[in-house]
Design a protein around this ligand. Sequence first.
Ligand code: GLU
Length: 477
Amino acid sequence: MNAPLREPSFRESVDLMFNRAVRLMDLSPGLEEKIRVCNSTYTVRFGVRLRGAIHTFTGYRSVHSEHMEPVKGGIRYAMGVNQDEVEALAALMTYKCALVEAPFGGSKGGLRIDPREWDEHELEQITRRFAFELVKRDLINPSQNVPAPDMGTGEREMAWMVDQYKRMNTTDINAAACVTGKPLNAGGIHGRVEATGRGVQYALQEFFRHPEDVKRARLAGGLEGKRVIVQGLGNVGYHAAKFLSEEDGVKIVAVIERDGAILNPNGVPVEFLKTHIAATGGVKGFPRGTYVDDGAAALEEECDILIPAAMESVINLTNAERIKAPLIIEAANGPVTAGADEVLRAKGVVIIPDLYANAGGVTVSYFEWVKNLSHIRFGRMQRRQEEAQHALLVSEMERILHSAGVKGGISERFKSEYVRGAGELELVRSGLDDTMRTAYQSMREVWHGRKDVDDLRVAAYLVSIARVAASYRSKGL
Ligand code: GLU
């Protein structure tokens, strides 16, 4: 029997992918090293008095690259958080932001905690204490380091963090921009919660606009009717599955969760399943599909598109060979290890890589940060003016049609849709769609244009690293 191959750590995995790309570039070894390494990682251990005893928590904030500031990236709450993981995730943030042209360096944070073990009030105390430690060192700061939600955190945690920052910086007029992913009433933006899932949808829509690319994945036609497996029905997986099934006609043939999977060849009703999970804590017992307790095995089921939306390293050397999906879109960060990536590429699987696929979150975070700094909601100045212009055009057309004796005229539905000016949500969606399309084009040009590039991941890294390198060079490095 062959000796089992050693799986690299998450951090090593990201470096291996980076190395595969820089080999094809003409960077000086010094600059290559400068970009690859993580600039700093701050570790904090703090105690909080809870339930009559002092509990010590360990948290991290890692800054990968400061070629642009502020640096950006989420804060996750999970028991598996460790330095290697936050550094890998911070590096991915650098490349992700460069790829989608969000003007940030890369950062990531984490707190080793199981959020389900604590009640809301306790979580607030822990979060405020963690935020205090980070604010004190400018690791939460609108112009230096701007966190956001990630696994195990959401709007609620961001609201506590921004409030903590405000208490410590009472005269900072830009305080709201110190974190993104906030609730609307605390300076958030419409469309941020669903942004990562929306971005996955827009990424797939863009992929399927290119028959040549679809063919590379041994598929044909559009998204309609494609069989999709989703792993993880958290914020990202839930929204991706919901939008793809409700708006693009895909069939969610399996949903994999912590306690097993639900299979249904006719399509799992996503909304119902989400409600079931919220009520029971898992997918078991869901009436509209077949339950299997071996969730990992469900990753290997037949499908057209596999969406790992849970966590890193779930597709690795132990299962890569058995994955049947011809197309994988990495909604999570790092779900495919470097080793598995090699196995899958050899099998001809097309992988839409994480740094592109899940960049919708940080893209809308960028819009939120800009909104906070400009202190005005998108669309507030133009919306009614736009509506007046459109209404003027419609009434003129109606007048001309009427005088030409055309029967029927303009339909009421067209009129109301055309006249309506864009509000914040429409503008956010438009900006996100544009970003996902443009970033795909930039990867695609490299994928198709260079003979030495045969996968989207290397193409994405090449685009990103070139941008980061250009930014360092312009600083004289
Ligand atoms: N945590 C998300 C990510 O991994 C969002 C980061 C952000 O919005 O800054 O991309």
